[in-house]
Design a protein around this ligand. Sequence first.
Ligand code: AMP
Ligand code: ZN
Length: 516
Amino acid sequence: MASNSNPKLRLYNSLGRSLEEFEPFVPGRVRLYSCGLTVYNYAHIGNLRAYLFADTLRRILQWKGYDVFHVINITDVGHLTSDADEGDDKVEAAARSTGRTVWDITRYYTEDFKQSLARLNVQEPALWPKATEHIQEMIAFARDLQAAGYTYELPDGLYFDTSKVSDYGKLGLLDLEGQQEGARVDSKGDKRNGSDFAVWRRSPEDEQRLMEWDSPWGRGAPGWHLECSVMSLKYLGAPFDIHTGGVDHRQVHHCNEIAQNQGAARGGDGSVRFWMHNEFLLLEDLKMSKSTGEFIRLQTVEGWGIHPLVYRYFNLMAHYRSQLEFSASGLIAAKTGLQRLARRVQALRAEAGELPWGHLLADARFTRGGAYDYVITSLAEPLDNDARAVLTQLDEALSNDLNTAAALAAVSQAVNESSLSPDTVLRLVAIAELALGLRLLDLRPEELNLRPGSATLTDEEVTKLVEEREASRKDRNFERADAIRDQLTAAGVEIMDTRDGTPTAWSWNPAIPIGD
Ligand code: AMP
Ligand code: ZN
């Protein structure tokens, strides 16, 4: 009964710029590719937004009952300092400026990237293919393009002729006329069209590059766009279901992937059904950029006393297609929201006791029809109408192009709903958790109490002072008690006095050095 009335999943397809009902090519299975990090530096929190988005998409697909095969590549060669095929290779430039080897650099930043994703509770992809491990396949792909007449050679490499693809730039809504016009006044002027791009970059005669391979077009390195075409089609086949990336990729990188896929006839004229893009995380006055080195990492944010899951919550509070302003007030709101949920769930758990259904949830993710049908049909005790209403609200929000803000609101409301039993609320939280990935069932509120790196007291010192203040109050030494309170406040500690005689709780105020 439930499955017929479930809302269909609707996703915004950048190709065509509209909401479309999602159906995978193979029933029950979704093949998903996300452009990975260019590993010449740490991921900044803007980059991490792109992977939080991809993970949320994946979790919601799982919630809807799909098995998801997710691939995130690692870009360890080929991405130039400018997306317009100019400048140095980012990884080589980083190696030169630091004196480390390219392999050292990419290994180190890949590891750091994976650790950051794990701290954000992003699910591991099935595969992490690296560009440098697919060079021969890239050469084969470029040969196919050449054989089919889509390329031409210039002294510095093999180029893709975008005028050979009739609808080139459709994804980016590019004004091709304008681009080709632009090419004529381009001082570099060798490219046939302004939008043409390098498929293979030949190394200069007199220079040995740090990463280069032999090819039919001379020693050199693959173009960045070629890498993603090759790795996505190799592991997901053609056509596949969904390709994600930040909105900056919609204009160039992904248009070029589509052109290559068409040229090499790897997927007819539409190798990917849905192209989905997250909007940018913005920080006023700071154009976060890995290349200038001026950016904020997850570790930076943790150093302010903000837990990674609070950053995840902060992202879920916004829609992935809206620009998101990174602000102190937003982070504090996220911390308060998550802390409240965690405390409430802890209290409900104390009331409900054992959760005999806990192990069933692992199956829910993989049950056709998804989490929603699963609770409706497989629990011994049927859900009452109030609980069903919450589930419907959640499913409608998530199915509506991933409206995570509405889903969070529904969960926050449900945990305070007095008409629902603790056991029912916890089931609902557990089911919502499949889509939200906030570790809501086992997150201890104390975990969110991160000590800012700038704090002058240790956790133990704070606990001691709080105890001493309590003792002073008992002894009616209010002067001493107030003095301790002032000292703690100055040190960034917030004290929550309780009336019922339970020990005073305290927490660190995050120290966030950015504006509201
Ligand atoms: P890159 O390492 O430059 O290849 O970027 C990795 C991912 O981060 C890509 O999907 C980018 O589109 C995305 N990205 C870069 N900057 C931001 C930002 N400020 N906000 C959201 N996504 C971003
Ligand atoms: Zn890519």
